[in-house]
Write a protein of this length. Structure first.
Length: 309
């Protein structure tokens, strides 16, 4: 698959906004400012916020907009160095040992030098992000860091401070050009201050109604305009009540897409009840909306939109 042409780093906040908007990501000025500064200062950007507000999409959009490769490290509980940074190709190493021994090589140093050669190194996301060999530095997404443990956080400190990693058998590998690092967290636990100090920080909130409506228009262009307005207004109201998990922007887009596939032109109580599974992901939340509160919200939405004209 061909790589898009590399674009230059934006020269201003307004250029940053325009660059993202050209790839259908609508960034507020505060987000564009901190992103612009992260790019110019070559500092990691730490994005915190609820799940589904578009943190991961920022990294994806930036990679497309700049024509850079996106390297994603998806974090999870138990993530270790072998999965995140590198590991050795043991079958290939064992094969080399047998071939060398069959050839009569017994020198220990010669054996070690051969089996711990870079050709036996399996590069995981961290090492891929640091060692680009002349290519433009990638966008390195460390996604949902809060799912890992503090030991892995501590390991990242060297990488985020000096953009380098130490492999005992090979030495220190340092990036010729620092990657563009985006770190996301859903704040299921607090991240240590030592890591945050190495980054610029931004809290990514849910978009307001105007911004979310524009997102739906761009992402679901065949959605009826009246339906789009009702969907956004309904979702905005859902986020004001105490749900186990409020719908994110991704769910808004999914719901608008689903309703369009069903050829709906407006919301009605039956349609809302039948399609809540695209919007809400917990049964207790769905049951609460289906037991009357959803109809109340729909009535409020229609009355407010009618008043707006």
């Amino acid at each position: 698959m061909g790589q898009t042409q590399e674009a230059r780093i934006p020269a201003s906040i307004d250029e940053t906004i325009a660059l993202l908007e050209a790839h259908d990501y609508l960034a507020g000025r505060q987000l564009a400012t901190v992103l612009f500064l992260a790019l110019r200062m070559q500092r990691p950007l730490f994005l915190e916020g609820e799940a589904g507000v578009g943190k991961t999409e920022i990294a994806k959009t930036l990679a497309r907009a700049l024509g850079r490769q996106l390297i994603r490290l998806q974090c999870y509980e138990g993530l270790d160095v072998a999965s995140a940074v590198y590991e050795w190709n043991y079958p290939a190493q064992m094969l080399d040992i047998r071939l060398l021994e069959a050839a009569g090589v017994r020198d220990r140093e010669r054996l070690e030098a051969d089996i711990f050669d870079v050709r036996h190194l399996i590069r995981r996301p961290v090492l891929q992000a640091l060692g680009r060999d002349g290519a433009a530095a990638p966008v390195f997404l460390i996604d949902e860091l809060d799912r890992t443990d503090e030991a892995f956080e501590a390991f990242l400190l060297e990488i985020l401070s000096d953009f380098q990693v130490t492999i005992p058998e090979l030495g220190t590998i340092k990036a010729a050009e620092p990657p563009i690092v985006i770190i996301t967290t859903n704040r299921t636990r607090e991240i240590h201050d030592a890591l945050k100090r190495r980054c610029l920080y931004h809290w990514v909130d849910y978009p307001d109604a105007r911004q979310e409506l524009e997102i739906v228009r761009r992402k679901v262009p065949n959605c009826d305009e009246r339906l789009s307005r009702q969907v956004v207004a309904y979702v905005q109201k859902l986020r004001t009540i105490d749900l186990f998990k409020s719908p994110g922007v991704a769910e808004t887009i999914d719901w608008a897409t689903a309703l369009t596939e069903l050829d709906r032109l407006a919301l009605d109580p039956e349609t809302v009840a039948d399609t809540l599974g695209t919007l809400l992901k917990y049964q207790d939340d769905i049951a609460r909306i289906q037991t009357g509160e959803g109809q109340r919200l729909l009535s409020e939405v229609k009355a407010e939109l009618l008043a707006e004209g």
